[in-house]
Design a protein around this ligand. Structure first.
Ligand code: FAD
Length: 483
């Protein structure tokens, strides 16, 4: 190798290392772009990109990752990356479930574009990982990006760290990710006689985004709990009022901080009793979830006035923020026996102390998991995943367990769609799986987690994929405009 070649190789290795270890969303995207530019690779939005990248980076640190990803991509479900080779997908939201869906669709060979309205991953809160999600993330090379990933008996991760891992995997597999781009709605295809573009497109903000011209035939909505795409209905459930507070303090890794033990809360709804305080450490923060009685919050002046309506009770106008911070700090000190000295609040995405208070029993779910829109002869398959489909009970951490199951189910649906199965059959199968989702737990899903794939039979025991018949989902096939 000439000296010049050697210098070029060294530069690509250090660019790859910078990407591997980047700790902020922006740094991941910037370092990845720099790597692609240096290697002269165009980031295409399809799996071929991954194969080109692999052939350019003959570097031990990258090779360990390729081994993992090659093993994954060789799974029979993906038909060597050809199963969805003619499918174009748009994914709304780069939360854990949007990104996890993007990865599966990329393995299936689809063209995948993700739009994310924010430009930073800032959620310090902790997600509890079911054993299959740990196994799944390991198989995607999580440890190569984040050495501390689930070491020993550790089974939790901060939301932002999880997003970083998935973002990196998605990029390597050719997924295009656009931050600071918000999905606003759909543009139905124009009639075929017109000269305009003839596929489904998105209304985006900013409208100048070149992605506004992108035509797709699958839309995966992973915009989180508050996002309801047109055509879907949500139901809200509320239990008896249970006020929870989540808070994060900076982890300075001092000796005292290392020594203080975590508290794994009893996170089950049982006889109307809720979880006890819960405390987890991450690399960045000390994360607490605590229950609080309304009376004690009124007494300490955190809630200003008692109100019957829960939304007004916990609305910002009825909460004293200073008193809430003091309450959260005192509760954290009390539950750790004052062993964490000098607690300092971490900041959230608004640059405010990271403390939230809300009614934990309020959760919503979508009535359906998918629908098809047909306009001017062009069909669009729309699927929901993650919190957009079912909001989790936070302390149970079901957000990612069920979120990943739904991401796999959605990818399976797209595979079936791409194979030419009639739309009503695809929808009926998807709804049959959705019926099962709210009952899933690590106890009643298949024990052989190494075998999990997008194929539902690998995950759900005795699943009946025809529990719902095509004739029952006719309302999910919408022709023309939605009224
Ligand atoms: P999210 O993680 O919510 O991601 C949705 C993404 O979509 C976001 O990045 C959002 O910016 C983006 N988006 C939304 N609308 C648009 C649009 N129109 N265009 C483009 N992008 C869009 N769960 C727990 O178990 N424990 C916790 O302590 C906990 N804390 C949380 C704290 C916060 C502030 C939030 C929002 C959620 C929390 N959750 C918690 C829920 C948990 O984060 C989710 O269950 C998990 O992240 C899976 O979510 P998701 O990918 O479906 O959605």
């Amino acid at each position: 190798m000439s000296q010049q070649d050697e210098e070029q190789a060294n530069l690509s290795h250090s660019l790859f290392d910078a990407f591997l270890h980047a700790k902020r969303c922006k740094d991941v995207l910037d370092s990845f772009e720099a790597l692609c530019r240096h290697l002269g690779l165009e980031h295409t939005g399809q799996l071929q990109f991954y194969h080109k990248l692999k052939s350019c980076l003959n570097y031990w640190s990258a090779k360990a990752l390729w081994t993992k990803l090659d093993k994954k991509s060789g799974h029979r479900d993906y038909d060597q990356g050809t199963a969805c080779a003619n499918t174009k997908c748009l994914i709304i939201g780069a939360g854990p479930c949007g990104l996890r869906s993007a990865i599966e669709l990329a393995f299936l060979g689809a063209q995948v574009v993700v739009v994310e309205k924010r430009d930073a991953f800032s959620r310090n809160n902790v997600l509890h990982l079911w054993p299959f999600t740990i196994q799944d993330l390991r198989a995607l090379g999580a440890k190569k990006f984040y050495g501390h990933f689930c070491t020993g008996s550790l089974d939790h991760i901060s939301i932002r760290q999880l997003q970083l891992i998935l973002l990196k995997v998605a990029l390597l597999l050719g997924v295009q990710i656009h931050t600071n781009v918000q999905f606003k709605g759909l543009v139905p295809p124009a009639a075929s006689s017109s000269e305009q573009a003839s596929g489904w497109r998105a209304i985006l903000y900013p409208s100048s985004s070149p992605l506004s011209q992108y035509e797709f035939d699958v839309l995966i909505s992973a915009g989180g709990g508050r996002f309801v795409p047109e055509g879907f209905k949500r139901k809200e459930t509320r239990g008896k009022l249970a006020i929870g507070i989540t808070t994060n303090f900076i982890n300075n890794h001092s000796r005292a901080e290392v020594e203080v033990a975590e508290i794994s809360g009893v996170a089950r709804i049982y006889n109307q009793k809720f979880f006890q305080n819960l405390y987890n450490k991450t690399d960045d923060t000390h994360y607490f979830v605590m229950t609080a009685k309304k009376q004690s919050l009124l007494k300490k002046g955190v809630i200003l006035k008692d109100k019957l309506d829960i939304e007004s009770l916990l609305s910002p106008e009825n909460v004293n923020p200073e008193a809430l911070l003091a309450y959260a700090k005192e509760a954290a000190n009390f539950s750790t026996n004052y062993q964490l000295p000098n607690l300092q609040f971490a900041l959230n995405h608004r640059n405010q102390p990271d403390v939230d208070m809300f009614d934990f029993t309020c959760m919503s779910r979508s009535d359906n998991a998918a629908l098809v829109r047909d306009c001017n002869g062009k069909k669009l398959l729309i699927g929901l995943v993650g919190d957009c489909l079912v909001e989790p009970f936070w302390p149970l951490g079901t957000g990612v367990g069920r979120g990943f199951l739904a991401a796999f189910d959605a990818a399976w649906m797209v595979k079936r769609w791409a194979s030419g199965i009639p739309p009503l059959d695809v929808l009926a199968e998807r709804e049959s799986l959705y019926q099962r989702l709210s009952q899933t737990s690590p106890d009643n899903t298949n024990k052989n987690i190494n075998q999990y794939s997008i194929d539902p039979i690998t995950r759900y025991p005795n699943i009946n994929l025809q529990a719902i018949k095509a004739s029952q989902v006719r309302n999910l096939y919408v022709t023309g405009e939605i009224e």
